[in-house]
Design a protein around this ligand. Structure first.
Ligand code: ATP
Ligand code: MG
Length: 670
């Protein structure tokens, strides 16, 4: 275990008031949180169940939990280490009655949310752009805690008026579906605490010390939640770095850092200056780059991890060559220098950049793990099964009901569903409940009613099995009853594809079992509905399967790399319009892009390689690329530039062939 430096020690030991640790990348902010949890338990006698630590991603919270468990073997029972959204969900789950929600409420993901907005706008000709715009506006309002009524009174442009109206209807429908969306997970607890001081007091008793990582990226509602939970006690430690604020587009407010001083006049500020992650050269590059941004807080950062290698800037002919170069270089270093694959990370600005990279890595048989990209839960088979599970635990979720009613075919036609919908709206009940109402018999032919009821009775029976017996067994039976396997094979382009999709289904069932077991370790009363909600949440937050990432190259966006570190980092696409992103150039928002580049550079411990292409295909056309302005802002004396000015493509080709041949020889030797 590393020894804390005096400043870190000071931050860990200080418990007599609110504390802010403000420091640059790699200075041990996250380590301070981990060590402070151990200190609170071991030295201050606060039981772990009274402590909550909030992280930014599920991955970060998993890692933190692991580290705390090592520091506090056997003493972490009941400790909360979670994301803001998970914490919010736990609060809603425990207080659902006060919020007018029934147990098993659904959490709407991005797709559900968009589907609902599309329905509300009542045009089925997909106007995806408009739906996206309204979705973003609603989300921003929620993060800023603006009610539909307020939104309507502020709305000026026709778009705003439309969105504000949709917002109102959207909220009513969510309530009717017994559902909350992602943003509600924070805002709903905040409102609850405002309206019920007694409930807030209970939670303040439960969370007696709160720690928050990556504080610069909290939005208004998250900040409000922190303030409520902390109350007057000031039992709070937050750590952050204003230079790493990269979520302004999602409502993050780096000014929350300065706001702390206003809200907590007794705030103590500790600054850390030693970086334990990167070589001096990498750190110097990062410091030089970020010095181009204006600074509200003075910070210095130094490292004694050695001077290190120069930073490499590799120019390539086009995107194909760029990806191939990265893949072959990593393979070469792995084979020649025995560097394990998981010591490498490849970072990029946009998810689309990973596609070609994946192709190249596969071609050279370099194992990799992609964080992000197409969500596991966005796959059709997973959506299907999740919809079954959602209706199983929340029969008010009409969205999910409509997805599964004819899956597989039950021959319930659109006109039956339309009449059912009308009847349900009149009676103000869910589609599921409408099926068993006697009045329905006057509206629909007996055969149609019979089909609907057969479905709901069957599902009800599964529900009973779920709660009286083994839920996982009940879910497996459900999958067999509907012969989902047969359906999948029928609807897949090949048997191999069908098999893969069925594997996804079983992966989901397994994940559900694991999640349920883990939840029950802390809370024996936790049921299958909580496990389902947790799974949805994990996916929505960082969209990664909890698969093993040992010995694989890590691929992720710069945004997703926050807080992580890797010995060798490749930063792709160092070009104008990519990094900085075109939209940010147009909006004049270069500072946030510079912070993103700062985050990327400071992930590297030993080596950093930045790559760029001279030409890139865009909308089928070949365009010339300009090197990123951020390259000019780096200390030129520390850069080693390769491939620039080589106008002779033949030379490059020959070189590529040589690398390939040497690699092939190595494979043959193995
Ligand atoms: P970021 O801003 O990127 O989130 P951070 O400030 O949270 O970084 P950490 O991730 O906590 O920094 O620490 C960076 C690295 O330095 C980790 O590998 C950590 O183990 C190591 N480290 C932190 N403090 C010390 C110390 N006192 N001695 C040795 N190593 C340390
Ligand atoms: Mg950190």
């Amino acid at each position: 275990m590393s020894k804390l430096n005096p400043r870190q020690r000071e931050a860990v030991d200080y418990i007599s008031g609110p504390l802010l640790v403000l420091a640059g990348a790699g200075s041990g902010k996250t380590s301070v949180i981990t060590r402070k949890i151990a200190y609170l338990v071991n030295k201050c006698g606060i039981e772990a169940r009274y402590i909550a630590a909030v992280t930014f991603t599920n991955k970060a919270s998993r890692e933190m939990k692991e580290r705390v468990t090592q520091l506090l073997p056997g003493k972490t029972k009941g400790l909360t280490v979670s994301t803001f959204h998970n914490l919010g969900m736990n609060i809603i789950r425990r207080e659902h009655k006060k919020l007018g929600l029934k147990p098993g409420f659904s959490i709407f993901d991005d797709q559900d949310t968009k589907a609902l907005i599309r329905d509300l706008l009542m045009h089925h000709d997909e106007d995806a752009e408009q739906v996206d715009m309204i979705r973003t506006m609603i989300s921003n309002w929620k993060n800023e805690m603006v009610t539909p009524a307020k939104a309507e009174s502020f709305a000026k442009t026709p778009e705003e008026v439309l969105a504000a109206r949709a917002y109102d209807a959207y909220m009513t429908h969510l309530q009717a579906y017994n559902a909350v969306d992602f943003d509600d997970l924070i805002w709903t607890p905040v409102r609850l605490f405002e309206e019920h001081p007694d409930v807030l007091e209970r939670w303040q008793q439960r969370i007696r010390y709160l720690l928050v990582d990556e504080y610069q990226d909290t939005n208004l509602s998250q900040y409000k939640l922190v303030r409520q939970l902390v109350g007057h006690r000031g039992a709070l430690t937050v750590v952050g770095d204003d230079d790493q604020s990269i979520y302004a587009w999602r409502g993050a407010r780096p000014e929350n850092l300065a706001q702390l001083q206003v809200d907590f006049p007794s705030l103590k500020v500790v600054k850390l200056e030693q970086n334990y992650r990167s070589t001096s050269r990498i750190l110097k590059a990062a410091n030089t780059l970020i010095a181009n941004n204006p600074h509200a807080f003075e910070k210095t950062l130094w490292s004694d991890m050695g001077f290190g290698d120069p930073l490499r800037v590799v120019h390539t002919r086009n995107e194909d060559a760029e990806c191939e170069r990265i893949a072959t270089e990593i393979l070469d270093l792995h084979l020649r220098n025995h560097i394990p694959f998981n010591d490498f990370a490849i970072l990029y600005r946009g998810n689309f950049q990973s596609r070609l990279l994946e192709v190249k890595l596969q071609a050279f048989q370099v194992p990799y793990k992609l964080s992000g990209g197409t969500s596991f839960f966005a796959r059709a088979e997973i959506k299907d099964l999740m919809s079954y599970l959602k209706v199983l635990v929340n029969r008010d979720d009409d969205n999910a009901f409509l997805r599964i009613i004819n899956l597989p075919r039950r021959e319930i036609g659109p006109s039956t569903l339309q009449k059912l919908g009308e009847y349900a709206t009149e009676r103000r009940v869910s589609l599921f409940d409408a099926c068993s109402e006697i009045g329905l018999e006057q509206r629909l032919p007996a055969a149609a009613v019979e089909k609907l009821r057969r479905f709901t009775h069957w599902l009800h029976e599964k529900y009973r099995l779920c709660y009286e017996g083994d839920p996982i067994q009940a879910i497996k039976e459900l999958i067999q009853d509907i012969d989902y396997e047969g359906w999948i094979y029928q609807n897949s382009s090949s048997d191999a594809m069908g098999e893969k999709r069925m594997q996804n289904v079983w992966f989901l069932v397994d994940s559900l079992r694991n999640t349920l077991e883990r939840l029950q370790e802390d809370d024996p009363d936790a049921g299958v509905e909580e496990a389902i909600a947790r799974l949805i949440l994990i996916d929505m937050l960082d969209r990664q399967e909890e698969e093993d990432d040992s010995n694989r190259v890590q691929l992720m966006t710069l945004h997703a790399s926050k807080g992580l570190e890797f010995p060798h980092v490749y930063l792709m696409g160092m070009e104008e319009e990519l990094l900085p992103h075109r939209n940010s150039i147009e909006n004049g928002d270069i500072e946030e892009e510079r912070r993103l580049a700062y985050v990327g550079i400071t992930r590297a411990k030993k080596t950093l390689t930045m790559t760029l292409a001279r030409q890139r295909k865009q909308f089928g056309e070949l365009i010339d690329c300009t090197p990123s302005r951020f390259l000019d802002e780096l200390p030129q004396e520390d850069l080693e530039i390769e491939g620039n000015g080589e106008k002779n493509p033949e030379l490059n080709k020959a070189r590529g062939r040589a690398t390939l041949n040497s690699l092939r020889n190595m494979f043959d030797d193995l």
